[in-house]
Design a binder for this molecule. Structure first.
Ligand code: BES
Ligand code: MN
Ligand code: ZN
Length: 498
């Protein structure tokens, strides 16, 4: 889809579809009102007759409205005017694009970006509209051998503003939205690929291809190099699989030389069967998504590179499979991590922390200003927070607040969870420095506590995205989260918060 910012009024649109809003009180937005005047009350008549009530999420497609130059007018219900908050806006815009795609129009003029959404501004409205437009046309690259005939899709979208003074700001928001959407699409694509295609080697190749396109540094460490580094914990998970593990190390050096980098560390388990502590069969296919943390790091890198963010950025992805095998980890095994701490593996299905701990030790060499790890780490986090918020844990209140701020701006939300020392004894082991599980109570917290033992040398935050990275059921698929959150965090660090 081709996007543009246009400063123009709805009556001048020769577009195939003009998109305007109507409130539940049947009050027209200024853009709808202009069309109504032009058509001598056609829209108001229609509302009076009850064809459209303006309820949130409803739409009404009109053809050849008298007096207008457009082929179609799409009325979009906005709900109650007083209740037009960000959630309502997103719902209305989602409904609008769904209707446009079904209409056969190949181009459209969008007049909802200037709606007075509570606590949000024009730039936010535009960025979100761009993200929703992209999401509305996203299709997973399927491996189906026959294809349904697809309806004609929107090719051009003009985001209309009424005043030229906002042109530059609107263009910036558009660019941002485009970059984030590209990162989201990459994260979705990688997540949706099956485990037999998206292997650790495949992920590494994708990282290298991305680095080549966007001209950032990428190095892939092989099993031998990981052995030399002493990553006994990471390697113990990988040894139950025939696919060799990889450590992907990426660097985008957009900032000043010597500026400490922000580091993103993503869990890249390309399939998690649980290992010897085998998972139940039901929905086990979804464990192909256990590399969504890694995918979000790649997505954030793509967006950061596309926006040429003036910031130094490091991306680390430990990637392997977790399978049962004669050579796999066994409950009770004790391994030595790169940090020197020994770990008793009481459950081989708690493998994410075992690969992350070594990556979190490795990242020390970059003297990072802050480290954020992103992982589909625990089912317990899904029980605690459901599918709306990612779990946020941090050893630094200021960093946590920055992430909360970015989550609010991007509406890719998080909820802070405790990391109190009181939970640490749950990880005591009789035979090693630490156990890899802490019992059922507070499962996502003890997982974060485990990681905290390896992150004491820097400011660190952990995002548990087990509930937010993909959708189950009929709409099964990756969500691309938390790419929007990460990009907004990086924008703020680059001094470009908006
Ligand atoms: N990848 C899973 C976490 C997960 C489970 C994500 C369900 C999304 C949905 C992780 O490796 C895992 O298996 N965690 C265990 C930890 C337990 C053994 C302490 C879990 O959550 O059951
Ligand atoms: Mn697991
Ligand atoms: Zn896992």
């Amino acid at each position: 889809m081709e996007f543009s910012i246009k400063s123009s009024s709805p009556d001048k649109q020769r577009s195939a579809c003009v998109i305007v809003g109507v409130y539940e009180s049947r009050k027209l937005t200024p853009a709808a009102s202009a069309l109504d005047t032009l058509s001598q009350g056609y829209l108001v008549d229609l509302l009076k007759r009850g064809d459209m009530e303006g309820r949130l999420g409803t739409t009404c497609l009109l053809h050849k409205v008298p007096g207008t130059l457009a082929e179609r007018v799409l009325l979009v219900g906005l709900g109650r005017e007083r209740e037009l908050n960000d959630k309502a806006y997103l719902e209305a815009v989602t409904a609008a694009f769904k209707a446009v795609h079904g209409s056969g129009a190949s181009d459209a003029a969008f007049f909802l970006s200037e709606l007075p959404v509570q606590s949000r501004d024009l730039a936010w409205n535009i960025e979100q509209a761009v993200l929703i437009a992209h999401a509305s046309e996203y299709e997973p690259g399927t491996l189906k051998s026959t294809h349904d005939k697809k309806p004609r899709k929107l090719r051009k979208l003009a985001l209309c503003i009424s005043d030229k003074v906002h042109q530059a700001m609107a263009e910036t928001a558009l660019k941002r939205g485009q970059a984030i959407a590209a990162g989201v699409a990459l994260a979705k694509d990688l997540g949706n690929l099956p485990g037999n295609v998206c292997t650790p080697t495949y992920l590494a190749e994708q990282a290298q291809a991305l680095a080549k396109t966007y001209k950032f540094k990428c190095e892939v460490l092989s099993q031998k190099e990981l052995e030399k580094l002493g990553m006994g914990s990471f390697l113990s998970v990988a040894k139950g699989s025939r696919q060799p593990p990889k450590l992907i190390v990426m660097q985008h050096n957009g900032g000043k030389k010597g500026d400490k980098p922000v580091a993103l560390v993503g869990k890249g388990i390309t399939f998690d069967a649980g290992g010897i502590s085998l998972k139940p069969a039901a929905e086990m296919d979804e464990m192909k998504y256990d590399m969504c943390g890694a995918a979000s790091v790649l997505g954030a890198f793509r967006a950061a590179a596309e926006l040429k963010l003036p910031i130094n950025l490091v991306g680390i992805i430990p990637t392997c499979e977790n399978l049962p095998d004669g050579d796999a980890n066994k409950p009770g095994d004790i391994v030595t991590s790169m940090s020197g701490q020994t770990i008793e593996i009481l459950n081989t299905d708690a493998e994410g922390r075992l690969i992350l701990c070594d990556a979190l030790t490795y990242v020390e060499r970059f003297e990072p200003a802050a480290v954020i790890d992103i992982a589909t780490l625990t089912g317990a986090c899904v029980i605690a927070l459901g599918h709306h918020a990612s779990g946020l844990f941090s050893n630094q209140d200021k960093l946590a607040r920055e992430i909360e701020q970015a989550a609010n701006t991007s509406r890719d939300r998080v909820w802070r969870m405790p990391l109190w020392d009181d939970y640490q004894p749950q990880l005591d082991s009789n035979f090693a420095d630490i156990a890899n599980i802490g019992g059922r109570a507070g499962g996502s917290i003890t997982a974060a506590c485990f990681l905290s033992r390896f992150t004491q040398k820097y400011d660190w935050a952990h995002l548990d995205i087990a509930g937010t990275a993909w959708k189950s059921g009929k709409e099964k698929g990756g969500t691309g989260r938390p790419v929007p959150l990460l990009v907004h965090f990086l924008l703020a660090r680059a001094g470009q918060a908006g």
